[in-house]
Design a protein around this ligand. Structure first.
Ligand code: ATP
Ligand code: MG
Length: 390
C-alpha cells in the first residue's frame, strides 16, 4: 500500500521532463548566451525539441541487438541478448556520416556519432574522462556526454569495467537510476550518452548543507530504496552506494550512477580516491571474500551508512582505516541524539551484521520514518505531484 504510493510518486520523474523544462537550459532561441561555453547550446528546450525529444531514445532502442561490436574492440560477450547498444567507428570529428539523420529517416537511424551533438559546458571531470552538457542536433535532446580516452582506460586496466558499466546501465530504466541512452566511439575515445542530471552531485549538496533535514533524507532514502528494489529485481547489485555515486535531477530527484566499476572491485574506487572503507559491508571485509560470497544485501548495509551520513554529516564508521574495518565488523557505531528515534530505528535495522537479518527494501518503504516524511510532507518535495492518484 504505502509501497505503491511511494513508487507512484517517483515514477513521473524522468529525463523527458528535464528536456521539456525550458527554464532549466536557458531561454529558447536566446542566441546571446551568457558565456562562451554555452552559446552553442542556445535553443535548448525549444518546442521543436519537445516534439522530437523521443527520437534519440528511439535511436538508442532501435539499435539494441544490432551489431554489438563494442567500444573497446572486444568481442561482445556470448549469451547476452540485448545488453549493449550498437557502436560504430567514426572518425575524429564524427564526419563519416551516412545519409540518414534523425529528421530525414527517423525510423532507421543507423549511427551514433560525435557530429550529431552540439557540445556545451563541461559538467565535470572524472578519473578517466570529462563529461559535457550536450544537445543532439536534430531533436534538441539534452544529455550529458561522457568522453573516455581509450589509452587511459587501457593504462588503468579498466576496459572490462567500462564495458560492464555500459552493458548494465543501458538496460536499466528507472526514474532514480541514471539512464545510459547509447554509446559510440572513434579511434581514440569512447562516448557515453547519459541522462543529464541537472543538479549535479549529491555529494556536493551534502557537503554544502553539512547534513540534510530529516524530511529530505527520508525522501532520498525512499528513492534509493525504490531504485535498489528495481535493480535487485533485475539481479543487479550496485555494490558501491555512496554519495559520490548519486546525482540529482532537475526536480531534486536522485539518480544512482556509476555502475560497473563496483561489480568487479567493490572497494577499489573509494580506497584509491579517498583511502576510506566507510561504505563497505562487513561480509565484504571478510578474508577471502569473493564476488559470489555475498548477496545484494550488501546494498542494504550501504543504504544504512548512507542514511546515517545524510542525517549526521559523516559516515558512522569514520576512523583510521584499521579502526574503520574493526568497527564495521562489529557494527560498532552510535547514532547522535539529535537524530529522531524513527530514523535511528531504520539505521539500526540496516546496519545489521547478518545480511539476512537486514530490513528488506519493501519494509523500508513502509517504515514509519519514511512514511512520515513522504506522506505528510509530500508537498515539500518531488513526492507530491502524484499524490491522490496512488
Ligand atoms: P570517476 O572517474 O571516479 O568515475 P566521477 O564519477 O566523478 O569519478 P565522472 O562520472 O566521469 O567521474 O563524472 C565527472 C563529473 O561530471 C561528476 O562528478 C559530475 O559532477 C559530472 N557528471 C557526470 N555525469 C553527469 C550527468 N549525467 N549529469 C550531470 N553531471 C554529470
Ligand atoms: Mg561517475
Amino acid at each position: 500500500m504505502a509501497t505503491k504510493t511511494l513508487e507512484a510518486r517517483f515514477e513521473h520523474l524522468s529525463v523527458k521532463e528535464e528536456n521539456n523544462n525550458e527554464r532549466n537550459y536557458g531561454k529558447p532561441k536566446a542566441s546571446k548566451g551568457p558565456s562562451s561555453t554555452t552559446t552553442s547550446m542556445s535553443g535548448l528546450g525549444s518546442s521543436q525539441s519537445n516534439s522530437n525529444r523521443a527520437q534519440l531514445l528511439k535511436l538508442a532502442l532501435q539499435n539494441t541487438n544490432e551489431n554489438k561490436a563494442n567500444a573497446m574492440n572486444v568481442p561482445p560477450s556470448p549469451g547476452k541478448g540485448s545488453s549493449a547498444l550498437v557502436t560504430r567507428n567514426t572518425d575524429e570529428n564524427g564526419d563519416q556520416r551516412t545519409s540518414s539523420s534523425l529528421c530525414d529517416q527517423p525510423t532507421v537511424p543507423r549511427e551514433l556519432h560525435l557530429g550529431m551533438f552540439e557540445i556545451g559546458k563541461p559538467l565535470g571531470k572524472g578519473k578517466f574522462g570529462r563529461v559535457y552538457l550536450a544537445k543532439e542536433r536534430s531533436s534538441g535532446f539534452v544529455c550529458a556526454l561522457k568522453v573516455l580516452h581509450k589509452s587511459e582506460l587501457q593504462q588503468g586496466g579498466v576496459q572490462k569495467q567500462v564495458r560492464r558499466e555500459i552493458e548494465i546501465q543501458s538496460n536499466l530504466r528507472h526514474p532514480n537510476v541514471l539512464r545510459l541512452y547509447g554509446h559510440f566511439h572513434d579511434s581514440k575515445r569512447i562516448f557515453l550518452i547519459l541522462e543529464f542530471a541537472g543538479r549535479g552531485e549529491l555529494y556536493k549538496h551534502l557537503r554544502k548543507e553539512h547534513r540534510f533535514p530529516e524530511w529530505k533524507a527520508a525522501q532520498y532514502i525512499a528513492q534509493m530504496a525504490a531504485a535498489l528494489k528495481y535493480l535487485h529485481k533485475k539481479h543487479v547489485m550496485h555494490r558501491d552506494i555512496k554519495p559520490e555515486n548519486i546525482l540529482v535531477g532537475i526536480h531534486g530527484e536522485i539518480k544512482i550512477s556509476d555502475f560497473g566499476w563496483s561489480v568487479h572491485a567493490p572497494n577499489n574506487r573509494r580506497q584509491t580516491m579517498c583511502g576510506t572503507l566507510d561504505y563497505l559491508p562487513p561480509e565484504m571485509l571478510k578474508q577471502g571474500a569473493q564476488d559470489n560470497h555475498y548477496s545484494e544485501k550488501v546494498d542494504l548495509w550501504s543504504l544504512g551508512v548512507l542514511t546515517y551520513e545524510f542525517l549526521v554529516g559523516e559516515a558512522p564508521f569514520e576512523d583510521t582505516p584499521v579502526m574503520t574495518q574493526r568497527r564495521i565488523t562489529r557494527a560498532d557505531m552510535s547514532v547522535p541524539s539529535f537524530v529522531s528515534p524513527e530514523a535511528k530505528d531504520l539505521i539500526k535495522r540496516l546496519l545489521v551484521l547478518d545480511p539476512e537479518k537486514r530490513i528488506p527494501l519493501d519494509e523500508i518503504q513502509r517504515h514509519p520514518w519514511i512514511v512520515k516524511h513522504c506522506v505528510k510532507d509530500a508537498k515539500r518535495s518531488s513526492c507530491s505531484s502524484k499524490e491522490g492518484k496512488a
